[in-house]
Ligand binder design. Sequence first.
Ligand SMILES: [Zn+2]
Length: 118
Amino acid sequence: MTKPPLCRYCGKALKKKVVSVSFNSYHSRTPGGRRSDRPASREEAQKLFNEKIVSIKYRHDELGRYVAEVGLWDRESYVDKFFCKNAHAQDFAYSALRYKPELGTQVYFEALEKQTAD
Ligand SMILES: [Zn+2]
């Protein structure tokens, strides 16, 4: 299994981009949709998807226990490419500028040039 990329600021593993799907449901509004079938186990539910089941919730009804919701991961997508949260992207930018104060975007340098010409 490939290891998850780590946050470039704090070193924590990046969060997987997970889509939830609910089963045996006519009212739940999970982002990945809902299905009317009713798998009894993780194995049974996994057979229905190419994506990997990374989280699972069970529920009980008069027929017994069933899988009520799964979180699916496509085995490659993360919530963000580099950082565990937006604040760490910002903290990284500040630490990068402390280290190399001359860094900037092309738009920044164009504005700076214009400002100097005025
Ligand atoms: Zn982080």
